[in-house]
Design a protein around this ligand. Sequence first.
Ligand code: EVA
Length: 610
Amino acid sequence: MLEYSLLYPISTSTRCAMKLDGMWKFRIDFDGIGEKEGWFAGLPGNEMIPVPASFQDFYTDKDIREFTGDVWYETDFVVPAAMKGSCVFLRFGAAAHRAAVYINGKKAGEHEGGFLPFLAAVPEEAVSGSLCKVVVKVNNELTETNIPCGCTKVLKNGKKISKPYFDFYNYSGLNRSVWLMSLPKASIFDIDLTYSVSGCDAEIGYSVRTTGDGDVSLSLFDEDGKKVAEASGSSGIIKLSDAHLWQVRDAYLYRFSVRLSSGDVLLDTYDLPVGIREVRIEGTEILINGRPVYFKGFGKHEDSDIVGRGFNIGVMKRDFELMKWIGANSFRTSHYPYDEEVYRLADREGFLIIDEVPAVGLFESLANFLDAGTGKGARSFFSKPTTPVLLKAHLRAVEEMIARDKNHPSVIAWSLMNEPETSEENCVPYFTEVFNTARELDPQKRPRTFAMEVSSSPEKCQCIHLPDFLALNRYYGWYIKGGYEISDAEIMFREEMDKWKALNLNKPFIFSEYGADTYPAEHKLPSVMWSQEYQNEVFEMLHRVFDSYDFVKGEQAWAFADFQTTEGLMRVNGNRKGIFTRERQPKEVAFLIKKRWDSLPLDYKSEKRV
Ligand code: EVA
């Protein structure tokens, strides 16, 4: 159980939440002297930087952009009188990859893992209305004992460099909002919801965990603000006849309002947007409210110009508009849980999310995405002396992700790893523990999966039995037999699919990645790799294959937009497999995909089609 509540920060009559976003003081610890010189009590200098944002792309100096080590942030705040008598916290949406928080010079909290929130308690003496100082030391070094995996190398000139085992730039810093928030001493700590839907009738199972004594009661309001149900007690079932269900791309959100009281005194109250929907897998079908769904969408990144992986609310809005335009209904939060705003908007817009924990780079290779095409074998990642430490960090991230995201109707599945090494038996205990933990922690028992690289083949993968549906990342026509050899790529792809079919797993498959790098300015007749025309040919070929297998129940193209990576021979100022450019404009292939997705019915390939 987590030591603090990860309910999204909101203000109600009993709790306050305010953002501390804006310009913070900033200092890069080039010489590793910050601790010794007591920077935790206040930073030297006057350098300022925006929060939230990655620090890398603001500066013109490459030594800053590539800096690997500690960077320090500082701001002042005053606890408003309204928070007096409450427990006061700072809540960090994300600090990549590890952080230590100091309030008025004293350590107030620390956290490892760069994509999930954590809280630091503001000490009581600071809650007196005087000026407080928060200093945060953020470290961006990659290791094999935390996720995402990578390492740090030292150059001959003594400077450090990050070597990710994954294909996205190691953007870091305070990438998400920082909140000052207060909770009453007796408060609502966590809410679990489950749904069972039968026709138009629904049952909502609820369980509310509180700190301190008090009685729980709750009300459910519809979108017109009309109260449709009431209940009391910390757990129970609400029955709703004629429920308005949350459907794919047709969302409906009730307001679930929880109260904790002692006699007539209201101790705490919390409101949660709630979408009533049931997720089930039956044979090769993925069912939302009993209806088969074919997934259309993307693997994405949180990545944009200037702010890097910093949350950018405008870019988020544009991304949703583009996904609606192209006919998508879903996305995977590759390769880490995104900002909470993304899930809130997906709840509102009716998108389906496969929520991915930041377990990427679990492969004995400096760049597993390159091996992703070759099928090159690798030594196992799961029998090192450090494996138990890695597993602990992985399980903690699964716990935090599920605690944070379990109540979003948009979240319909967990992706527990991206492209791990699976061909040796010693990965099985590790995987089993991760899969079991997710099942145990999720009140809704949502489907679990992991994205499988090509060496996780029907012959070799040791973990096929674990996912509830299979998610394949495949690059036929790019890493495998690209260019004029694409006809061989199609044959090899079909051979692989025939082998999956022969296994008769009776589980749904989706393609969680496929694509081809394309330079938006490049046109060529006849096509060559990297041209717009070639990206179209690859997608046409892949679509033909997807359409030939009924157990394929979805396609999520790689990637939604071009994104920044570590520089190298394989990447032209980033990964160019975007269907949209990094500026969020369509490449040619976007029109081809739109035509297809607009024409595919939601229950495409379902045996239950009427
Ligand atoms: C690629 N392939 O090579 C992608 C990566 C991605 O960006 C993968 O999961 O297999 C990875 O991160 O373009």
